[in-house]
Design a protein around this ligand. Structure first.
Ligand code: A2P
Length: 276
């Protein structure tokens, strides 16, 4: 052993353990708490990250064991945005969200820059109307797609339905939809194309009921003054709980729509809202 090595070793042993540096770290720029169960936040975007609006990435924090604790999160911001936005539930005993809900601007999170997902325009055949069906935090990928120019270039009409238990849980989506027309980048493209159909199931609101029921009995079409769904004109993307996705798939199939994929585009695609 050389003298130099021995000195280095002595220095290393005396150095206090530094706080672990996060791998794939991004910095939180904004946090908004919508209810005691829901919040959204924005983080810096890795320069090299390219994604298609509607895709998801793995994000998280370092666990107590020093290993990354990651969950899949849909990116709620569009592909052109300089930052990345996420919309999350807060689960008080959830391993990740019990901690993630306390992040503040300036904090770091881990973000693996490998976007994937099925809620992308490439997975659908051309059509006239696109439906986005969300429950709860399943709104997130549609927050991205509603701000995506391609959505308006490809379709004459964009119908977003959002079903939540309570009125306050609709707020993130409602504000986003309201902001579309005044958006300096896509406002003109949006025009009058967006129809917004929020419903609640456990608190009184102007429109009550599960969207599955409201589609099956024709209420949605009557309320919006539009034709029922057909495989010739309509395309759909679905994001909610497993039970919701399954039931809505059955409804879409009953209208004659078929499930597509990136490699085999058809009339609808489904993704589960991951953190719940
Ligand atoms: P409901 O209150 O009737 O269960 P959750 O918080 O459980 O994920 O539910 C979010 C929203 O999605 C609630 O309004 C809920 O209605 C609705 N929902 C849950 N499961 C289904 C389903 N299988 N089909 C239609 N809507 C559903």
């Amino acid at each position: 052993m050389t003298e130099m090595t021995a000195v280095n070793r002595a220095v290393n042993e005396a150095t206090p353990v530094k706080p672990a540096h996060l791998p794939d770290a991004q910095t939180v720029t904004e946090v908004h708490h919508w209810t005691d169960r829901l919040f959204s936040f924005r983080v810096t975007r890795p320069k090299s990250l390219r994604f298609r609006s509607g895709e998801f990435v793995m994000i998280g924090l370092l666990g107590d064991n020093g290993k990354p604790l990651l969950r899949a999160y849909s990116i709620a911001s569009p592909a052109w945005d300089e930052e990345l936005e996420f919309y999350s539930i807060k689960v008080q005993d959830g391993p990740l969200t019990s901690r993630l809900q306390h992040i503040q601007p300036g904090d770091e999170i881990i973000l693996r820059p490998k976007p994937v997902g099925t809620l992308v325009h490439d997975a659908l055949l051309p059509g006239k109307r696109i439906w986005f069906f969300a429950t709860g935090t399943g709104f997130a990928p549609f927050a991205s797609l509603l701000r995506e120019p391609e959505t308006y270039e490809k379709y004459d009409q964009v119908i977003i339905t959002h079903t939540c238990r309570e009125v306050a849980e609709l707020e993130y989506g409602r504000r986003l939809v309201e902001s579309l027309k005044d958006d300096p980048l896509i406002g003109e493209l949006v025009g009058d194309k967006v129809l917004y159909y929020p419903t609640t199931t456990r608190e009184q609101s102007p429109k009550m009921g599960r969207i599955t029921t409201l589609l099956t009995d024709g209420t949605v079409f009557r309320d919006l003054g539009i034709d029922p769904m057909s495989p010739e004109t309509d395309r759909a993307m679905v994001c909610g709980s497993l039970g919701f996705n399954k039931d809505l798939k059955d409804v879409l199939e009953s209208f004659g729509l078929r499930e597509g994929a990136n490699s085999d585009p058809k009339e609808y695609v489904v993704e589960k809202a991951f953190v719940g």
